[in-house]
Design a protein. Structure first.
Length: 665
């Protein structure tokens, strides 16, 4: 297991095996969290440790080069290319090939987009904007982890240029660095209410790299000072070194144990891993923990392969989850981790080192740039071609895939009907059969899911149907929907816009309202099982507020002369519905049912609440989906759901035919 540290140039800092050991701690924490999130709840903060290490090492190279007058932008970015591109290109190509034979069209289309984003180092920006209600869950995005690489490389686009411009006025540098870090940290804290912004925005993360920059600058100042300088004496004292290292380890342990997904991370919590890593680095290689633990040969070896290990581990775990459509067994997760180590070592020795330290530097640099462009363009072509549905591996599954297709969000006829080119609300569909009477379907994404069957039902009766709805924002007056105050204001505007249209349209005489119920009130979904529901990132809505805001909407519509129907939430499934379909490399799940008693128990508070509403006809569709004592994802071999709680086209037709048709004759 003997490994060699990277070769040094004049500008590179003296090799510190303890930093490779710290890298190992960081990557093992991330791998452990991704494989066993219930065991290592705070393992994802390993990425924050990487940011500090990166800021320290790269800025040390920059400072040394500029101080010696040998810095070159071409040399710096050439080294970055030879460091990052080899392993990244191999992993992206591997994902593209395996995705070709294993992913369904929508999954492969999304992977293509993420390959293009990864090749362009903008994964964090793409993921930041993937907030659609039906977007694939995080576990089924094999390149999700490239968000951190995007933030790093975005930082290194501007940081060397800023440093070069300010080097002649280097007395200002500490103030500039600290000022930017403080602003970035402040924005991070202020963005806590919007989890996507706080997590993926480069502005909320740059301060973590800048902490490493501050360490590097302080190290440069120490090198230039006389050894008898008081500050050097203090910093070199063994006791100070031990205190720094020990307290840094303490902060990391606290972070791993107490930080979890529901802590509004990063925010203030990110100080634990960031300051912990900074203190361990500042302690120096001779601190006892750094020398005896972090410099251990095993940890150093893992640290040397930490970059390819970070790149490989998540795609393997993610593809496992996609293929099995459930959490893989502990044994499979360990097998994936073992495979990650083997692939990482092979990538490091056979790809990264020969290219990085080869003799043909210019040719390898240009070749790597060309390769990453080709890979990125290939990924984008996959995205533009809708996941290449003509692939032999998925051609035989097209009938299954058709069952999961959702209808469009908007159509021109509806926009003309409401008299708006670009309304605030998300869903706008119109089924116009030339009638003087129109039924309005309002609600959240459940209204959109239910609409096709309703439109067909009323079309047969010669009645128009219009869909006016929002994802995650049902038309409940006074409801509190949104991650932060800005989102809540937007939601309120959308609600007011929808209700204004319904009030003004005299042809609308009947209104059907759909919404989540148990999910909103409890703040959990049951994809993990009814006994252990998974907590959602947003705060649950108190039952009283849910009832009061829904009642306000009903009263508003009654005063406008509308007859109101409220359709309760359909049964939730506690498994990924895609598992019920055969797909490449996997047979279909055999048990696609949940017990009716579990469904009714979860919905108990919600159903009792809606039964107290006045001025509305409450319609419960549960019995249409639950025959006898079980609720099935299928009806006569046709899938009724697109995920664990949204109906498919067939599900909406079943609900309209077996439930709603009784109330409209």
């Amino acid at each position: 297991m003997k490994s060699q540290p990277i070769s040094q140039s004049a500008n590179h800092p003296k090799y510190r095996p303890d930093i490779d050991g710290l890298r190992a701690i960081a990557v093992l924490a991330v791998v452990g969290f991704h494989a066993f999130p219930a065991w290592i709840r705070g393992g994802f903060v390993g990425v924050d440790i990487f940011f500090v290490i990166s800021g320290f090492l790269i800025s040390t190279i920059l400072f040394n080069g500029m101080n010696a007058g040998t810095f070159s932008f071409l040399d710096f970015y050439g080294r970055r290319i030879r460091r990052i591109f080899p392993s990244l290109t191999v992993v992206l190509v591997a994902c593209m090939i395996f995705g070709w034979i294993s992913l369904l069209t929508e999954e492969y289309k999304q992977l293509g987009k993420h390959i293009a984003a990864g090749a362009g180092f903008v994964s964090n920006l793409v993921l930041w904007n993937e907030s659609g209600y039906f977007d694939n869950v995080a576990e089924t995005k094999p390149l999700l982890h490239l968000w951190s690489l995007g933030i790093e490389e975005q930082f290194y686009v501007f940081w060397p240029i800023l440093l070069w411009l300010g080097w002649k006025k280097r007395a200002w540098l500490p103030g500039i660095i600290i000022g930017i870090a403080v602003m970035s940290f402040g924005y991070n804290v202020l963005s806590r209410g919007n989890s996507s912004t706080a997590f993926y925005s480069p502005q909320t993360r740059f301060w973590e790299l800048l902490v490493g920059v501050i360490l590097a600058y302080f190290s440069l100042c120490r090198q230039k000072a006389e050894y008898n300088h008081g500050l050097n004496k203090v910093c070199d004292h063994k006791l100070v070194s031990q205190i720094f290292s020990g307290f840094g380890v303490f902060l990391l342990v606290i972070g791993f144990v107490f930080i979890s997904e529901d802590r509004h991370f990063p925010g203030y919590w990110a100080l634990l891993p960031v300051l912990g890593a900074a203190m361990i680095i500042a302690a120096g290689p001779e601190a006892p923990f750094n020398r005896l633990v972090l410099s251990n040969r095993v940890l150093v070896w893992i640290g040397l392969i930490s970059f390819p290990l970070y790149l490989w581990h998540w795609p393997l775990l993610s593809f496992l989850r996609i293929i099995y459509s459930e959490s893989p067994s502990v044994g499979l997760c360990f097998a994936a981790i073992g495979a990650s180590f083997i692939l990482s070592w092979g990538t490091y020795r056979l790809v990264e080192q020969p290219i990085r330290f080869g003799v043909r530097i210019k040719k390898s640099t240009y070749g790597l740039m060309s390769a990453i462009v080709v890979v990125g363009c290939s990924g984008y072509a996959i995205f533009l071609n809708d996941g290449v549905p003509t692939r032999a591996s998925v051609r035989s599954y097209q009938n299954n895939l058709a069952e999961l297709i959702r209808t469009n969000n908007r159509d021109e006829a509806c926009l003309n009907y409401v008299g708006m080119k670009d309304p605030e609300f998300y869903y706008c569909r119109l089924s116009d059969v030339g009638s003087s009477e129109t039924v309005a379907v309002l609600g959240d994404s459940h209204a959109h899911a239910a609409y096709p069957g309703i439109a067909n039902m009323f079309k047969g009766m010669g009645i128009n149907t219009v869909l006016l709805a929002n994802s995650g924002c049902p038309p409940f007056l006074g409801g509190e929907y949104g991650d932060d105050e800005k989102d809540k204001v937007k939601c309120r505007k959308r609600i007011e816009e929808i209700l204004r249209v319904v009030k003004e349209k005299r042809d609308i005489r009947q209104v059907l309202i759909f919404s989540l119920g148990a999910i909103d009130i409890t703040g959990t979904v049951v994809t993990e099982g009814y006994d252990h529901p998974k907590k959602l990132p947003q705060v649950p809505i108190p039952a009283e507020i849910f009832k009061r805001s829904l009642q306000k909407t009903i009263d508003f519509l009654n005063r406008a002369g509308k007859q109101v129907y409220y359709v309760t939430e359909n049964p939730e499934l506690d498994f990924d519905v895609k598992a019920c379909l055969a797909r490449p490399l996997r047979t279909a799940r055999k048990n696609c049912e949940v017990k009716k008693g579990q469904v009714l128990h979860r919905q108990k508070e919600y159903l009792e609440l809606v039964d107290t509403l006045t001025g509305v006809q409450v319609i419960n569709p549960t019995n249409a989906f639950c025959k006898s004592e079980v609720c099935s994802a299928f009806s006569q071999e046709t899938l009724l759901y697109v995920d664990n709680h949204h109906l498919s086209l067939a599900g909406s037709e079943l609900q309209a035919k077996e439930v709603l048709s009784r109330y409209f004759k």
